[in-house]
Write a protein that binds this ligand. Structure first.
Ligand SMILES: *[C@@H]1O[C@H](CO)[C@@H](O)[C@H](O)[C@H]1NC(C)=O
Ligand SMILES: *[C@@H]1O[C@H](CO)[C@@H](O)[C@H](O)[C@H]1NC(C)=O
Ligand SMILES: *[C@@H]1O[C@H](CO)[C@@H](O)[C@H](O)[C@H]1NC(C)=O
Ligand SMILES: *[C@@H]1O[C@H](CO)[C@@H](O)[C@H](O)[C@H]1NC(C)=O
Ligand SMILES: *[C@@H]1O[C@H](CO)[C@@H](O)[C@H](O)[C@H]1NC(C)=O
Length: 204
């Protein structure tokens, strides 16, 4: 019995320490996330670029990882910057955020997405594009949103009925976006947490 417990403890320590990757900057890299071939699970690759932990989209854009909750299989990435003068997300040329359908990651249902500088065709979709939509507050109160004022914008909660692998922007559609995680009705704009929450299917 004692031997078995010792064995289990050693196995656990092995999984927790040997298999977890070293810190990236000040950030822990918990299993199964992997920054190199010697740790974690390579199906959960992330990148440590000069002390900043980053997630690489299928389109080839690096998003900074802001926080990780390994026990809930979730992490939050930073929405791409919006260029101050042009209302364009920095991943616009790549079509926005796109995850590989076969990857273990998808976009969770806790993201309130705001699409900015949209063309009229967006009105056909079931989004909240009214003049009191939350994206208006973003444009009016947040510095990054100011370049997007005076154009159509829409807000939606990315829920299970929508594709969970994509937040799409394009020229002629919407050219910028941001996202707020765990937004509750009535939250003031000063308490918004900008981020895009991803969840992963744990390894077997
Ligand atoms: C990675 O994913 C592939 C395809 O889903 C699977 O066959 C393989 O066993 C996985 N590798 C690890 C180390 O989990
Ligand atoms: C790496 O990070 C340091 C400290 O944050 C910064 O001063 C430096 O410019 C960065 N180097 C590159 C190549 O980004
Ligand atoms: C759009 O969002 C605003 C702000 O949350 C809300 O007051 C309004 O009722 C919503 N409109 C529609 C059509 O859902
Ligand atoms: C909004 O998007 C259109 C293309 O869809 C672009 O021509 C225009 O410059 C954008 N507006 C701003 C303020 O960047
Ligand atoms: C997203 O991932 C979670 C956890 O891996 C899974 O339970 C859920 O079914 C996935 N959702 C979609 C729409 O693929």
């Amino acid at each position: 019995m004692a031997v078995l417990i010792l064995f289990l403890l050693i196995s656990l320590t092995y999984i927790l320490t040997i298999h977890a990757c070293p810190k990236c900057g000040s950030m822990d890299v918990p299993y199964p996330l992997s920054t190199n071939n010697n740790c974690g699970n390579r199906n959960y690759s992330v990148y440590c670029n000069n002390g900043t932990l980053e997630f690489l989209s299928a389109a080839g854009f690096y998003y900074q990882i802001l926080s990780i909750n390994p026990s809930a299989y979730k992490l939050i990435i930073r929405p791409p910057a919006i260029q101050k003068s042009t209302c364009q997300s920095s991943d616009l040329a790549l079509g926005g955020l796109r995850l590989d359908e076969n990857s273990p990651f998808n976009i969770s249902s806790h993201n309130t997405v705001m699409l900015l500088n949209c063309s009229e065709t967006i009105l056909l979709s079931p989004l909240n594009c009214s003049s009191n939509s939350l994206c208006r507050q973003f444009e009016e109160k947040v510095e990054g949103g100011s370049s997007c004022r005076d154009a159509l914008c829409c807000t939606y909660l990315k829920d299970a009925s929508m594709t969970s692998h994509r937040i799409r922007v394009r020229v002629g559609g919407c050219t910028a976006y941001t996202s707020v995680v765990y937004l509750k009705p009535g939250d003031s704009i000063d308490s918004w947490h900008y981020g895009i929450e991803l969840q992963w299917l744990p390894p077997n």
